[in-house]
Design a protein around this ligand. Structure first.
Ligand code: NAD
Length: 259
């Protein structure tokens, strides 16, 4: 990287750290790119899964119509990959920021539980979680670890209905609690960190717009510009979450310690 780019990035990190130090309520809005450095592929962006799979396969209609094919796909794409993944330095940096009281809520589109594994406690899982599996008929919840995925599709022990991962498929409604909690946190935010999301999946993608309209500063961390970058982003930190977040948190720490 040319020196001017490096020093511009350092200045942007310093400016962002000052905002985080002064803010009353900081929200991080994260997407698949947050976990890319943990080895979990994103949907879009270079190396995204949509280069290899048809997104139609992850609609709720397709899953309900063909549960065996649907389960084979989500097992390969999510259950097998995510169960082997660990938090990366970006996740740990966000956990440290929460412990420093400089991050008040994470709204994540991810289902991988890596924010909680890293140590964050206030996490709104907008699209549900891989940690449980639900019966769509009787609503019985199963911890994922208790459901054998060696024989697909799995069935409810009570009513024999085919089980569904407890995450949201395309065209499926967002759980009311997640929607309301995310909106409440968004409306409180005076700074929103938008990390590793292309902003292409509604209704989650509207949250940064709502925060901005409500007066929040938008800080974006992503190696590729997105639909937000020119339109609403105040500071664009161009790079990987696992590189930038630890530097940002170190800068916040040094500002607090020099008080
Ligand atoms: P997306 O796949 O549409 O976009 C990923 C974004 O991450 C891109 O803008 C890409 O440039 C960026 N990116 C790639 N590597 C990065 C890195 N190291 N650091 C920072 N940014 C990086 O992701 P999305 O916007 O979250 O939408 C996809 C949907 O799929 C979401 O609903 C999400 O829940 C789901 N999903 C989740 C997981 C997961 O749980 N880990 C994985 C894949 C998809």
């Amino acid at each position: 990287m040319p020196e001017t780019d490096g020093s511009q990035m350092e200045k942007k990190i310093r400016d962002t750290a000052k905002l985080l130090k002064e803010a009353d309520y900081v929200v991080a809005f994260t997407g698949a790119g947050m976990s890319a450095e943990s080895g979990i592929p994103t949907f879009r962006g270079s190396d995204g899964l949509w280069g290899k799979y048809d997104p139609e396969l992850l609609t709720i209609g397709s899953f309900m119509a063909k549960p065996l094919e649907g389960w084979q796909l989500v097992k390969d794409l999510f259950f097998d990959v995510i169960s082997a993944a660990r938090p990366n330095p970006g996740h740990y940096a966000l956990a440290e920021l929460e412990h420093m009281h400089r991050l008040h809520c994470i709204i994540t589109q991810n289902i991988d539980y890596l924010h909680q594994d890293a140590g964050n406690r206030v996490v709104c899982e907008f699209h549900g979680t891989i940690k449980s599996i639900i019966c769509p008929k009787c609503s019985r919840l199963y911890p994922s670890a208790s459901v054998a995925l060696s024989q697909l599709p799995p069935h409810c022990a009570d009513c024999q209905t085919v089980l569904k991962p407890n995450f949201v498929f395309f065209d499926e409604a967002i759980p009311v609690d997640a929607r309301e909690n995310a909106r409440a946190a968004t409306l409180k935010a005076d700074v929103m960190l938008v990390i590793g999301t292309s902003g292409a999946v509604p209704p989650a993608c509207y949250l940064p717009d709502i925060a901005r309209e409500n007066g929040a500063m938008i800080i974006e961390i992503n190696p590729e510009p997105t639909q937000y970058t020119k339109r609403i982003t105040d500071i664009y930190l161009n790079g990987n979450a696992g590189d930038i977040l630890p530097k940002l948190v170190a800068e916040v720490k040094s500002l607090i310690e020099t008080l």
